[in-house]
Design a protein around this ligand. Structure first.
Ligand SMILES: *Cc1c(COP(=O)(O)O)cnc(C)c1O
Length: 378
Protein backbone atom coordinates (compact mmCIF):
# COMPACT_ATOMS: atom_id res chain seq x y z
CA UNK A 1 0.00 0.00 0.00
CA UNK A 2 1.29 3.48 -0.86
CA UNK A 3 1.68 6.14 1.84
CA UNK A 4 -1.54 7.77 2.94
CA UNK A 5 -2.16 11.26 1.55
CA UNK A 6 -3.92 13.18 4.30
CA UNK A 7 -6.60 15.82 3.91
CA UNK A 8 -4.45 18.31 5.83
CA UNK A 9 -1.57 17.25 8.04
CA UNK A 10 0.84 19.17 10.29
CA UNK A 11 3.67 20.90 8.45
CA UNK A 12 6.50 22.08 10.68
CA UNK A 13 8.61 25.02 9.61
CA UNK A 14 11.92 24.16 11.28
CA UNK A 15 12.31 26.45 14.30
CA UNK A 16 9.53 24.94 16.42
CA UNK A 17 11.87 22.59 18.33
CA UNK A 18 14.27 25.42 19.14
CA UNK A 19 11.49 27.33 20.92
CA UNK A 20 10.34 24.19 22.72
CA UNK A 21 13.97 23.49 23.71
CA UNK A 22 14.24 27.02 25.09
CA UNK A 23 11.31 26.33 27.39
CA UNK A 24 12.98 23.10 28.54
CA UNK A 25 16.29 24.82 29.15
CA UNK A 26 14.61 27.49 31.27
CA UNK A 27 12.56 24.73 32.96
CA UNK A 28 9.48 26.72 31.95
CA UNK A 29 7.43 23.58 31.29
CA UNK A 30 4.26 25.20 32.53
CA UNK A 31 1.19 27.03 31.42
CA UNK A 32 2.14 30.58 30.44
CA UNK A 33 5.70 31.80 29.95
CA UNK A 34 7.81 33.52 27.32
CA UNK A 35 6.68 31.38 24.40
CA UNK A 36 3.05 32.20 25.18
CA UNK A 37 3.81 35.94 25.37
CA UNK A 38 5.75 35.90 22.12
CA UNK A 39 3.17 33.73 20.34
CA UNK A 40 0.42 36.16 21.36
CA UNK A 41 2.44 39.10 20.07
CA UNK A 42 3.03 37.43 16.72
CA UNK A 43 -0.66 36.53 16.32
CA UNK A 44 -1.68 40.12 17.07
CA UNK A 45 0.95 41.51 14.70
CA UNK A 46 -0.01 39.14 11.90
CA UNK A 47 -3.75 39.75 12.10
CA UNK A 48 -3.40 43.49 12.83
CA UNK A 49 -5.56 43.06 15.90
CA UNK A 50 -4.43 44.89 18.99
CA UNK A 51 -4.40 41.90 21.36
CA UNK A 52 -4.42 38.12 21.42
CA UNK A 53 -4.97 35.63 24.21
CA UNK A 54 -3.53 32.13 23.64
CA UNK A 55 -5.80 29.35 24.86
CA UNK A 56 -5.99 25.57 25.00
CA UNK A 57 -8.36 25.27 22.01
CA UNK A 58 -10.53 27.17 19.56
CA UNK A 59 -13.51 25.67 21.35
CA UNK A 60 -12.29 27.20 24.63
CA UNK A 61 -11.93 30.56 22.83
CA UNK A 62 -15.55 30.36 21.64
CA UNK A 63 -16.73 29.43 25.13
CA UNK A 64 -14.90 32.41 26.70
CA UNK A 65 -16.07 34.78 23.95
CA UNK A 66 -19.69 33.95 24.76
CA UNK A 67 -19.09 34.42 28.49
CA UNK A 68 -17.36 37.77 27.84
CA UNK A 69 -20.45 38.96 25.97
CA UNK A 70 -22.64 37.95 28.91
CA UNK A 71 -24.38 35.00 27.25
CA UNK A 72 -26.13 32.84 29.83
CA UNK A 73 -28.97 30.46 30.46
CA UNK A 74 -31.97 30.97 28.18
CA UNK A 75 -30.25 33.50 25.91
CA UNK A 76 -30.35 33.04 22.15
CA UNK A 77 -27.23 33.12 19.96
CA UNK A 78 -27.42 33.20 16.17
CA UNK A 79 -24.88 30.93 14.50
CA UNK A 80 -24.03 29.75 11.03
CA UNK A 81 -25.84 26.48 10.29
CA UNK A 82 -23.18 25.20 7.91
CA UNK A 83 -20.22 24.60 10.21
CA UNK A 84 -18.38 22.17 12.45
CA UNK A 85 -20.17 21.36 15.73
CA UNK A 86 -17.40 23.07 17.74
CA UNK A 87 -18.95 26.42 16.74
CA UNK A 88 -22.20 25.47 18.46
CA UNK A 89 -21.28 23.32 21.47
CA UNK A 90 -20.08 26.23 23.67
CA UNK A 91 -23.49 27.93 23.26
CA UNK A 92 -25.00 24.82 24.81
CA UNK A 93 -22.37 24.62 27.60
CA UNK A 94 -23.88 27.89 28.83
CA UNK A 95 -27.48 26.72 28.70
CA UNK A 96 -28.09 29.20 25.89
CA UNK A 97 -29.97 28.36 22.71
CA UNK A 98 -28.45 28.29 19.22
CA UNK A 99 -30.52 29.75 16.38
CA UNK A 100 -29.27 28.43 13.05
CA UNK A 101 -29.08 30.59 9.93
CA UNK A 102 -28.48 28.97 6.54
CA UNK A 103 -25.82 29.94 3.96
CA UNK A 104 -25.74 31.85 0.67
CA UNK A 105 -24.24 30.20 -2.42
CA UNK A 106 -21.46 32.74 -3.18
CA UNK A 107 -19.21 32.06 -0.16
CA UNK A 108 -21.13 29.09 1.36
CA UNK A 109 -21.28 31.08 4.63
CA UNK A 110 -24.12 32.69 6.61
CA UNK A 111 -26.66 34.46 4.38
CA UNK A 112 -27.12 38.16 5.27
CA UNK A 113 -30.75 38.14 4.03
CA UNK A 114 -31.68 35.13 6.16
CA UNK A 115 -29.73 36.62 9.06
CA UNK A 116 -31.81 39.82 9.00
CA UNK A 117 -35.00 37.79 8.81
CA UNK A 118 -33.89 35.65 11.76
CA UNK A 119 -32.99 38.64 13.93
CA UNK A 120 -36.32 40.35 13.23
CA UNK A 121 -38.25 37.17 13.92
CA UNK A 122 -36.43 36.50 17.20
CA UNK A 123 -36.95 40.11 18.32
CA UNK A 124 -40.66 39.88 17.50
CA UNK A 125 -40.75 36.75 19.70
CA UNK A 126 -39.33 38.87 22.52
CA UNK A 127 -35.87 37.29 22.50
CA UNK A 128 -33.21 39.51 21.00
CA UNK A 129 -30.12 37.45 20.15
CA UNK A 130 -27.10 38.14 22.36
CA UNK A 131 -24.47 37.44 19.69
CA UNK A 132 -23.97 36.42 16.07
CA UNK A 133 -21.37 33.80 15.08
CA UNK A 134 -20.45 33.78 11.38
CA UNK A 135 -17.89 31.20 10.22
CA UNK A 136 -15.38 31.43 7.36
CA UNK A 137 -15.61 27.88 6.12
CA UNK A 138 -12.55 26.26 4.60
CA UNK A 139 -10.94 29.70 4.79
CA UNK A 140 -13.50 31.57 2.67
CA UNK A 141 -14.48 34.92 4.21
CA UNK A 142 -18.19 35.32 4.94
CA UNK A 143 -19.90 38.48 3.62
CA UNK A 144 -18.77 40.41 6.68
CA UNK A 145 -19.55 43.89 5.35
CA UNK A 146 -23.25 43.03 5.02
CA UNK A 147 -23.28 41.00 8.24
CA UNK A 148 -21.55 43.81 10.12
CA UNK A 149 -24.08 46.39 8.89
CA UNK A 150 -26.99 44.24 10.06
CA UNK A 151 -25.36 43.48 13.42
CA UNK A 152 -24.65 47.19 13.94
CA UNK A 153 -28.19 48.19 13.08
CA UNK A 154 -29.57 45.87 15.76
CA UNK A 155 -26.61 46.42 18.14
CA UNK A 156 -25.72 42.74 18.39
CA UNK A 157 -22.03 41.87 18.84
CA UNK A 158 -20.26 39.52 16.43
CA UNK A 159 -17.99 36.65 17.44
CA UNK A 160 -16.11 35.58 14.33
CA UNK A 161 -15.29 31.90 14.13
CA UNK A 162 -12.08 32.26 12.10
CA UNK A 163 -10.79 28.83 13.19
CA UNK A 164 -10.32 27.83 9.55
CA UNK A 165 -9.42 31.25 8.19
CA UNK A 166 -6.13 32.43 9.69
CA UNK A 167 -4.48 34.37 6.86
CA UNK A 168 -7.73 35.02 4.96
CA UNK A 169 -8.93 38.57 4.50
CA UNK A 170 -11.77 40.68 3.14
CA UNK A 171 -10.94 44.09 1.68
CA UNK A 172 -7.41 43.48 3.04
CA UNK A 173 -8.78 43.27 6.61
CA UNK A 174 -7.87 39.98 8.26
CA UNK A 175 -10.59 37.54 9.20
CA UNK A 176 -11.01 37.41 12.96
CA UNK A 177 -10.77 41.21 13.21
CA UNK A 178 -14.19 42.07 11.75
CA UNK A 179 -16.13 41.24 14.91
CA UNK A 180 -15.86 42.29 18.54
CA UNK A 181 -13.97 39.05 19.17
CA UNK A 182 -12.28 36.63 16.78
CA UNK A 183 -11.60 32.94 17.38
CA UNK A 184 -8.59 31.08 15.96
CA UNK A 185 -7.68 27.38 16.16
CA UNK A 186 -4.31 25.63 16.02
CA UNK A 187 -5.65 22.09 16.00
CA UNK A 188 -3.67 19.39 14.22
CA UNK A 189 -5.17 19.77 10.76
CA UNK A 190 -5.56 23.57 10.58
CA UNK A 191 -3.38 25.76 8.35
CA UNK A 192 -0.83 26.00 11.15
CA UNK A 193 -0.88 23.88 14.28
CA UNK A 194 0.41 23.72 17.84
CA UNK A 195 -0.90 20.12 18.09
CA UNK A 196 -3.88 21.64 19.87
CA UNK A 197 -4.63 25.21 20.80
CA UNK A 198 -6.59 28.32 20.03
CA UNK A 199 -6.71 32.06 20.54
CA UNK A 200 -9.04 34.96 21.03
CA UNK A 201 -8.20 38.20 19.25
CA UNK A 202 -9.70 41.64 19.78
CA UNK A 203 -8.99 45.36 19.79
CA UNK A 204 -10.60 45.59 23.23
CA UNK A 205 -7.94 45.17 25.92
CA UNK A 206 -10.56 44.72 28.66
CA UNK A 207 -12.04 41.70 26.90
CA UNK A 208 -8.64 40.12 26.29
CA UNK A 209 -7.49 40.70 29.87
CA UNK A 210 -10.76 39.26 31.15
CA UNK A 211 -10.31 36.20 28.92
CA UNK A 212 -6.84 35.59 30.43
CA UNK A 213 -8.31 35.97 33.93
CA UNK A 214 -11.17 33.53 33.27
CA UNK A 215 -8.80 31.08 31.54
CA UNK A 216 -6.59 30.85 34.64
CA UNK A 217 -9.29 29.90 37.18
CA UNK A 218 -10.50 33.48 37.75
CA UNK A 219 -8.20 34.17 40.64
CA UNK A 220 -8.75 37.55 42.28
CA UNK A 221 -5.89 39.93 42.97
CA UNK A 222 -5.07 38.84 46.54
CA UNK A 223 -2.25 37.09 48.40
CA UNK A 224 -4.42 34.08 49.16
CA UNK A 225 -6.54 32.19 46.65
CA UNK A 226 -9.76 34.13 46.36
CA UNK A 227 -12.43 33.74 43.69
CA UNK A 228 -15.46 35.89 42.95
CA UNK A 229 -16.27 34.27 39.61
CA UNK A 230 -16.30 30.81 38.04
CA UNK A 231 -13.00 30.16 36.30
CA UNK A 232 -11.65 27.81 33.65
CA UNK A 233 -8.35 26.10 32.94
CA UNK A 234 -8.09 27.21 29.32
CA UNK A 235 -4.65 28.84 29.05
CA UNK A 236 -2.12 27.61 26.50
CA UNK A 237 0.97 25.76 27.70
CA UNK A 238 4.41 27.27 27.18
CA UNK A 239 5.56 24.10 25.37
CA UNK A 240 2.75 24.18 22.85
CA UNK A 241 3.24 27.93 22.33
CA UNK A 242 6.84 27.20 21.28
CA UNK A 243 5.49 25.19 18.36
CA UNK A 244 3.16 28.09 17.61
CA UNK A 245 6.04 30.59 17.44
CA UNK A 246 7.79 28.46 14.85
CA UNK A 247 4.59 28.00 12.88
CA UNK A 248 3.86 31.73 12.75
CA UNK A 249 7.20 32.24 10.99
CA UNK A 250 6.02 30.11 8.05
CA UNK A 251 2.34 31.05 7.99
CA UNK A 252 2.68 33.18 4.85
CA UNK A 253 4.35 30.27 3.05
CA UNK A 254 1.57 27.93 4.15
CA UNK A 255 -1.13 30.27 2.82
CA UNK A 256 0.75 30.65 -0.47
CA UNK A 257 1.09 26.87 -0.85
CA UNK A 258 -2.59 26.17 -0.05
CA UNK A 259 -3.59 28.75 -2.65
CA UNK A 260 -1.22 27.17 -5.14
CA UNK A 261 -2.80 23.75 -4.54
CA UNK A 262 -6.26 25.27 -4.96
CA UNK A 263 -5.22 26.81 -8.29
CA UNK A 264 -3.73 23.45 -9.33
CA UNK A 265 -7.07 21.69 -8.71
CA UNK A 266 -8.97 24.40 -10.60
CA UNK A 267 -6.71 24.00 -13.57
CA UNK A 268 -6.81 20.18 -13.42
CA UNK A 269 -10.61 20.05 -13.32
CA UNK A 270 -11.43 23.08 -15.48
CA UNK A 271 -12.88 21.09 -18.36
CA UNK A 272 -14.79 18.57 -16.25
CA UNK A 273 -18.51 19.30 -16.54
CA UNK A 274 -20.46 19.12 -13.29
CA UNK A 275 -17.61 20.11 -10.94
CA UNK A 276 -17.75 23.52 -9.27
CA UNK A 277 -15.39 25.05 -6.71
CA UNK A 278 -15.91 27.19 -3.65
CA UNK A 279 -14.73 30.48 -5.15
CA UNK A 280 -13.78 33.96 -4.01
CA UNK A 281 -16.82 36.00 -5.23
CA UNK A 282 -14.64 38.97 -6.23
CA UNK A 283 -11.21 40.51 -5.68
CA UNK A 284 -12.16 41.77 -2.18
CA UNK A 285 -12.23 38.20 -0.93
CA UNK A 286 -8.96 36.46 -0.14
CA UNK A 287 -9.18 32.88 1.11
CA UNK A 288 -6.30 30.97 2.68
CA UNK A 289 -7.91 27.98 0.90
CA UNK A 290 -7.27 25.85 3.97
CA UNK A 291 -9.25 23.15 2.19
CA UNK A 292 -10.14 23.05 -1.49
CA UNK A 293 -13.84 22.18 -1.69
CA UNK A 294 -15.90 21.14 -4.71
CA UNK A 295 -19.54 20.47 -5.56
CA UNK A 296 -20.25 17.50 -7.78
CA UNK A 297 -23.49 17.53 -9.77
CA UNK A 298 -24.23 13.96 -10.89
CA UNK A 299 -26.81 15.22 -13.41
CA UNK A 300 -23.93 16.79 -15.34
CA UNK A 301 -21.05 14.42 -14.54
CA UNK A 302 -22.92 11.50 -16.08
CA UNK A 303 -24.02 10.05 -12.76
CA UNK A 304 -20.69 10.31 -10.93
CA UNK A 305 -21.32 11.49 -7.37
CA UNK A 306 -19.14 12.97 -4.66
CA UNK A 307 -19.28 9.57 -2.96
CA UNK A 308 -17.81 7.89 -6.05
CA UNK A 309 -14.91 10.33 -5.90
CA UNK A 310 -14.50 9.85 -2.15
CA UNK A 311 -14.41 6.05 -2.53
CA UNK A 312 -12.03 6.14 -5.52
CA UNK A 313 -9.60 8.32 -3.54
CA UNK A 314 -9.93 6.14 -0.44
CA UNK A 315 -9.13 3.06 -2.49
CA UNK A 316 -5.81 4.70 -3.40
CA UNK A 317 -5.21 5.54 0.27
CA UNK A 318 -6.00 9.23 -0.27
CA UNK A 319 -8.10 11.03 2.34
CA UNK A 320 -10.94 13.36 1.35
CA UNK A 321 -13.90 14.51 3.46
CA UNK A 322 -17.56 15.30 2.93
CA UNK A 323 -18.54 18.91 3.62
CA UNK A 324 -19.81 19.63 7.14
CA UNK A 325 -23.20 18.15 7.87
CA UNK A 326 -25.42 21.18 8.65
CA UNK A 327 -26.19 21.78 12.30
CA UNK A 328 -29.98 21.88 11.80
CA UNK A 329 -29.82 18.26 10.62
CA UNK A 330 -27.70 16.98 13.54
CA UNK A 331 -29.67 14.80 15.96
CA UNK A 332 -28.26 16.68 18.96
CA UNK A 333 -29.51 20.04 17.60
CA UNK A 334 -32.88 18.99 16.09
CA UNK A 335 -34.93 21.11 18.48
CA UNK A 336 -33.42 24.52 17.75
CA UNK A 337 -34.82 27.15 15.36
CA UNK A 338 -33.52 27.21 11.79
CA UNK A 339 -33.82 29.93 9.12
CA UNK A 340 -33.48 28.15 5.83
CA UNK A 341 -32.26 29.06 2.34
CA UNK A 342 -31.63 25.45 1.30
CA UNK A 343 -27.96 26.07 0.53
CA UNK A 344 -26.35 24.15 3.42
CA UNK A 345 -28.31 20.98 2.66
CA UNK A 346 -27.48 21.26 -1.04
CA UNK A 347 -23.76 21.69 -0.30
CA UNK A 348 -23.76 18.77 2.12
CA UNK A 349 -25.47 16.55 -0.41
CA UNK A 350 -23.03 17.30 -3.22
CA UNK A 351 -19.80 18.60 -1.71
CA UNK A 352 -16.36 17.17 -1.00
CA UNK A 353 -13.11 18.53 0.46
CA UNK A 354 -10.03 17.42 -1.49
CA UNK A 355 -6.61 16.79 0.08
CA UNK A 356 -5.07 20.22 0.61
CA UNK A 357 -2.06 19.85 2.90
CA UNK A 358 0.76 22.32 2.28
CA UNK A 359 3.31 19.50 2.63
CA UNK A 360 1.97 17.43 -0.27
CA UNK A 361 4.69 16.59 -2.80
CA UNK A 362 4.51 16.68 -6.61
CA UNK A 363 4.31 12.90 -6.44
CA UNK A 364 1.26 13.15 -4.14
CA UNK A 365 -0.41 15.56 -6.54
CA UNK A 366 0.31 13.22 -9.45
CA UNK A 367 -1.36 10.34 -7.57
CA UNK A 368 -4.40 12.49 -6.84
CA UNK A 369 -4.61 13.66 -10.47
CA UNK A 370 -4.39 10.09 -11.76
CA UNK A 371 -7.19 8.94 -9.43
CA UNK A 372 -9.45 11.89 -10.30
CA UNK A 373 -8.88 11.34 -14.02
CA UNK A 374 -9.82 7.68 -13.69
CA UNK A 375 -13.02 8.27 -11.73
CA UNK A 376 -14.17 11.32 -13.70
CA UNK A 377 -13.13 10.02 -17.14
CA UNK A 378 -11.11 12.98 -18.34
C1 LIG B 1 -11.49 23.52 14.25
C2 LIG B 1 -12.69 24.36 14.40
C3 LIG B 1 -13.14 24.81 15.66
C4 LIG B 1 -12.58 24.31 16.95
O1 LIG B 1 -11.26 24.53 17.20
P1 LIG B 1 -10.47 23.54 18.20
O2 LIG B 1 -9.16 24.21 18.34
O3 LIG B 1 -10.40 22.21 17.52
O4 LIG B 1 -11.22 23.47 19.48
C5 LIG B 1 -14.21 25.67 15.71
N1 LIG B 1 -14.85 26.06 14.60
C6 LIG B 1 -14.48 25.63 13.38
C7 LIG B 1 -15.23 26.12 12.19
C8 LIG B 1 -13.40 24.75 13.23
O5 LIG B 1 -13.07 24.30 12.03
Amino acid sequence: MQNRIWLSSPHMGGREMAYVQEAYDMNWVAPLGQNVDEFEKSIAAYTHSAYASALSAGTAALHLALILLGVGRGDEVIAQDFTFSATINPICYLGAKPVFVDSEIDTWNICPVALKEAIEDRISNGNKPKAIIPVHLYGMPAKMKEIHDIADFYSIPIIEDAAEALGSSLKSKMMGTWGKLGVLSFNGNKIITTSGGGALISDDLNLIEKSRFLATQARDNALHYQHSEIGYNYRMSNIVAGIGRGQMEVLNDRVARRREINAWYKSLLKDVAGIRFQMEPNANFYSNYWLTAIIVDPKITGGITKDDIYLALEKENIESRPLWKPMHSQPVFFDFPFYKTGVSSYLFEHGLCLPSGSNMTDEDLARIAKTLKAVLNF
